[in-house]
Design a protein around this ligand. Structure first.
Ligand code: NAG
Ligand code: NAG
Length: 193
């Protein structure tokens, strides 16, 4: 009896540790088990590299202004577009070309939040659709001064394989045109379980 119990416990330990490795089971019981086992899991680093296509012009824009301020508090506010709110469903690709492999979408809002320079508030879910990350997301929340070479923005969480993720996204403009379209290179370092 004692031996059988031992065996059953061992099996469940083995089964649990296997499920931690490949865990994307989103059943609430599985999520609870995952949290209960968090002390036994090792945090790992994942590096992601992709290109973000912010297309605002043409017949098929993937980002569009949904709100703007009716009164700007200063002339500089006008120049920085202060108050503009854009909703985006931007494609993420493995390479910079428009026809390169789609690895996910950046779905969310960016808004001009700075009166004195160009600085966007970014609230984006990076929803991945490729390979091991298919169905998993990372949540990005940060300040994006788009004219700077590198913009560092926090990754504040994630889902699926990125559950409890924390990290840093670094954005660098790859190309932009006068219509406002931009292709932005992203390097993301995340720590997760
Ligand atoms: C992708 O687009 C480039 C031009 O930007 C073209 O040279 C290339 O042939 C295209 N590749 C595919 C697979 O369509
Ligand atoms: C991603 O997952 C969806 C849903 O499970 C599936 O339909 C799709 O084929 C997968 N895509 C890739 C590239 O693995």
């Amino acid at each position: 009896m004692g031996k059988l119990y031992m065996h059953a416990t061992l099996c469940s330990v083995i089964l649990l540790s296997i499920s931690f490795v490949h865990c994307v089971d989103q059943d609430p019981v599985a999520v609870e088990d995952w949290f209960k086992g968090i002390d036994t899991m090792k945090e790992k680093l994942t590096k992601l590299h992709f290109y973000f296509h912010d297309i605002v012009s043409g017949n098929n824009p993937t980002a569009m202004r949904v709100a703007k301020s009716t009164t700007y508090s200063s002339l500089t506010g006008t120049l920085t577009g202060f108050g503009n709110v854009v909703m985006a469903d931007d494609v993420l690709t493995s390479g910079p070309e428009a026809n390169s492999t789609i690895v996910g979408r950046a779905q969310g809002i960016y808004a001009s939040a700075s009166m004195e320079d160009i600085g966007f508030l970014m609230t984006m879910n990076l929803a991945f659709s490729d390979g091991d990350f298919n169905g998993s997301t990372l949540s990005l929340l940060g300040r994006n001064p788009v004219l700077h070479e590198y913009r560092e923005m926090p990754i504040v969480g994630g889902s699926g394989v990125f559950r409890m993720a924390r990290g840093t996204a670094t954005a660098k403009t790859y190309t932009f045109n006068l219509l406002g379209d931009a292709i932005v290179e992203y390097n993301v370092m995340v720590s997760h379980y």
